[in-house]
Ligand binder design. Structure first.
Ligand code: KIV
Ligand code: ZN
Length: 375
């Protein structure tokens, strides 16, 4: 397989902007600073700290993150308006994520403007942001539904007017990996970011396809937070690139689980138990065949070692458990059953499992005590 990734992929984390747009999520400046600090420690390159025009609290957050001396660029979302750009510059941001709608649907319905008016707004905003000393990432909203020739014109002239980077937004998650492979290469007038949403579950695959096609930066959020079904998740993308494509991302992967659980706590959005990489079940095994397999060689039923993302393997007992897993659990709890005792304990655990109950460590100890006393 030919893999066309560039030298190094950059990670632009938008947990604090698109992620905070998850309905119901609202972070204080102190919480944003805490998350930004973790993000920088983990190794993301750009932190989109919020939207300077949105509120006083947002500007406080941006200022706090910009002043914290983190090893990451502090970026803020702006519309193509001088007022937004002034607020971003005054809050101390290093860069602006300057967003203009580029599909006719958005241009006509949302903005009630023409393509020409949008071009003029975008290009003069780029020039203005440059005059305020900001790094500019010019972003096409709803780019996957735009006329691609028009998008190319917006981007090409945007770079001529001073944009440092570009961003292709798949705003409602309609881009496929195949289309990304075809439409990204003609847009590479400057380093290009890919910003995918997960409405149809394609966010990660499409992001990878866009990176393989020449995009150099991925927009991501911790836990895949974001509008509606969310954005491409940081932890899934990093591990997909490392495990499936053998890329060294430079991200401190062993910190990913801590970051994820902290963000879940601060945002109040719990992790789905079966979420890849960070969900409770991602490295948990119950069935006898699987548990026995991983106890002999973890790679039988695990694509990566849990320690690589700061986690531990868990074997839980239930009606699918076999005697090897039960014996290992009992030994950890200090029991040394003989063969007959072990067989009886396994049988009783299966009986409890058959009632539909979840089996706790306390249940296992109670069963072991009873069986081993009876013998
Ligand atoms: O998904 C999107 O189009 C966005 C833009 C506003 C940047 O988040
Ligand atoms: Zn978005």
């Amino acid at each position: 397989m030919i893999v066309l990734f560039g030298e190094s992929t950059r990670f632009f984390d938008t947990t604090l902007r698109d992620g905070e747009q998850t309905p119901g999520v609202c972070l204080t400046p102190a919480e944003k600073l805490e998350i930004a600090t973790y993000l920088a420690e983990v190794g993301v390159h750009v932190i989109e700290a919020g939207s300077a025009a949105a509120s006083v609290g947002e500007r406080e957050s941006i200022r706090a993150i910009a002043d914290a001396g983190l090893a990451a660029e502090c970026c803020t979302y702006v519309r193509a308006l001088a007022g937004d750009i002034d607020l971003a510059a005054d809050a101390g941001a290093d860069s602006v994520h300057l967003v203009v709608p580029v599909s006719d649907l958005h241009i006509a319905t949302k903005l009630r403007k023409t393509r020409e008016q949008v071009c003029e707004m975008a290009w003069s905003a780029v020039e203005y942001a440059k005059s305020r000393g900001l790094i500019v990432e010019l972003s096409g909203e709803d780019a996957s539904r735009a006329d691609q020739a028009f998008l190319a014109e917006v981007f090409r002239e945007g770079v001529e007017r001073g944009a440092d980077r570009l961003c292709f937004c798949d705003t409602v998650g309609l881009l496929t990996p195949e289309r990304a492979a075809a439409i990204i290469p003609p847009l590479l007038f400057a380093p290009l970011s890919i910003h995918c949403h997960d409405d149809l579950g394609f966010g990660l695959a499409t992001t990878v396809a866009a990176l393989r096609a020449g995009a150099t930066c991925a927009h991501v959020t911790v836990n895949g937070l974001g509008e509606r079904a969310g954005n491409t998740s940081l932890e899934e993308l990093v591990m997909a690139l490392e495990v499936l494509y053998g890329k060294k991302t430079g991200i401190r992967t062993e910190e990913l689980y801590h970051l994820s659980t902290r963000v879940a706590r601060l945002t109040g959005v719990p992790l789905a138990t079966n979420k890849p990489i960070v969900g409770e079940m991602a490295f948990t095994h119950e069935s006898g065949i699987h548990a026995h397999g991983v106890m002999r060689d973890a790679s039988t039923y695990e694509p990566l070692q849990p320690e690589r993302v700061g986690r531990k393997r868990r074997i839980v007992l239930g009606k699918h458990s076999g005697s090897a897993a039960v014996e290992a659990a009992l030994r950890e709890m200090g029991y040394a059953p003989d063969a007959a005792q072990l067989a009886e304990i396994v049988a009783r655990i299966k009986q409890v499992g058959d009632t539909g109950m979840r089996i706790t460590d306390a249940d296992i100890m109670a069963i072991a005590d009873t069986v081993m006393e009876l013998e």
